[in-house]
Design a protein around this ligand. Structure first.
Ligand code: BG6
Length: 438
């Protein structure tokens, strides 16, 4: 790492200024002459969408990124601000670079556990036959964040949780959970399988947005004993802002595999703790031979902060009677692997240098993801305050988000933690979460 950092050089400049690129070109030339080779060039654009065209143009005009086999351009989210702007950007970039040079990055795809989901699903024969509407009751994908908007108010107020998290990270998770097995572990096949998921998400109707989606803003509260100001009091946030910091949505995927299975997606800032979890709830056992209330099986994929896959199943409590209780079969990274975990960006940027696009989004996937969220953006633009709820910072969001789960569950799945020490929910708590709320 020290060697890597030591080899770095900083070439500061304004990316809207032509001179920046001539200076950069000279620096690269010097470097390549010294090293006596034309290296791989990676241009990583972590900029607001409105600057992308100017930078792409300059890179082209200066012939900085012009060799298909060696030069790559990495574009960070947000990729556009809606479907139309994303299409325009795609068109613009595609005219200047070859498809194989363009990498749309979503750092969730670089997370170790996210990458493990495909291995779990397709390298094991036990689960995949059950991965459909015959056995699965519903699926929850939740990315709860403890952090507030903090100093990012300027960006966030024009974005909101839907654009910031759902359009990209959560829809990517949805794709991985719901996709069919790709023909090969190879970029195009994987992207095809993911696009199919997004194209089959049932479109929200304008009225459906207010029925199937809950949005809310945090108000002042406390997180781990520390006071937290409300969203509207954050710096660079409009005093009458209607930007959402929390979204929960019920989605359906209209394919044979998923007919009738709701997918619940949720994300929010200022929640009691960071927790990114996918919970796959199986149907109740059709065998009703025991007296106890049985908890249906749950498969829990915890992406962060713990990296864990657990399967809840019913077992017999030791003793003289046939009493059942839920127990967990657990796989934890820290107990099974000694390897250190790479940072998501570390893994993804290395992929770019190696020319491996497996974990990157193709342009049609980005557009399909925008298509999914456009009905919400349009409905909220038309009626900015309609249905906009609040939740106190340090809580799990508005109650209406729980009501969305009916009749499949009463509350969003969660593991309870305190001071970083995991404390699983008690048996009655777990069962209470699951009781159908009809
Ligand atoms: C970013 C969003 O893409 O992802 C942030 O812009 C969010 O608002 C972050 O906090 C979450 O990433 P992670 O890796 O911390 O879950």
């Amino acid at each position: 790492m020290g060697e890597f950092c030591g080899a770095g050089q900083l070439c500061p400049g304004d990316f809207m200024n032509k001179e920046t690129y001539t200076t950069l070109k000279d620096r690269i030339k010097d470097f390549e002459e010294r090293e006596q080779q034309r290296g791989v060039r990676m241009f990583y654009l972590a900029v607001a969408p409105r600057f992308i065209e100017a930078i792409a143009d300059a890179l082209c005009n200066q012939k900085l990124c012009n060799r298909d086999a060696l030069d790559r351009i990495v574009v960070e989210k947000p990729f556009g601000t809606d479907l139309e702007s994303a299409r325009k950007l795609n068109h613009y970039i595609n005219k200047r670079f070859k498809a194989k040079q363009i990498y749309h990055i979503d750092h969730y795809l670089g997370k170790e556990m996210v990458q493990n989901i495909m291995a779990f699903r397709f390298a094991n024969y036990v689960f995949e036959p059950l991965w459909n509407n015959k056995y699965i009751d519903h699926i929850q994908i939740s990315v709860a964040e403890e952090v507030s908007v903090g100093s990012r108010g300027g960006y966030y107020d024009s974005s909101g949780a839907l654009r910031d998290m759902i359009q990209n990270h959560l829809l990517q998770l949805l794709c991985i959970v719901a996709m069919d097995c790709p023909k090969a572990y190879e970029a195009e096949a994987i992207r095809d399988a993911k696009v199919k998921v997004l194209k089959n998400v049932r479109p929200f109707t304008p009225q459906g947005v207010f029925k199937d989606v809950v949005r809310a803003q945090y108000t002042a509260g406390e997180i781990h004993g520390k006071p937290q100001v409300g969203y509207k009091e954050e710096g660079q946030v409009a005093a009458d802002s209607s930007t959402e910091t929390f979204v929960a949505a019920r989605m359906f995927i209209d394919t044979e595999r998923w007919k009738g299975v709701p997918f619940y997606l949720r994300t929010g800032k200022c929640m009691p703790r960071q927790s990114s979890v996918i919970m796959i709830q199986f149907k109740e056992s059709p065998h009703k031979i025991f007296k106890d209330d049985l908890m249906p099986n749950q498969l829990i994929i915890s992406i962060q902060p713990e990296l864990e896959i657990g399967l809840m199943f019913e077992g017999k409590v030791p003793g003289l009677h046939m009493k059942l209780e839920s127990v967990e079969m657990d796989f934890m990274y820290k107990d099974n692997f000694k390897e250190s975990l790479p940072e998501a960006y570390e893994a993804l940027l290395l992929d770019v240098l190696e020319g491996d696009a497996t974990q990157f989004m193709r342009d049609d996937q980005i557009e399909a993801a925008w298509k999914v969220v456009m009905p919400m953006l349009n409905a909220w633009k038309k009626s900015p305050k309609k249905g906009l709820l609040t939740y106190e910072a340090g809580t799990w969001g508005p109650k209406a988000a729980n009501a969305l789960l009916k009749p499949f569950a009463k509350d969003w799945f969660r593991l309870s933690h305190e001071n970083g020490v995991e404390q699983k929910l008690s048996e009655p708590e777990k069962k209470a979460q699951l009781v159908a709320a009809t």
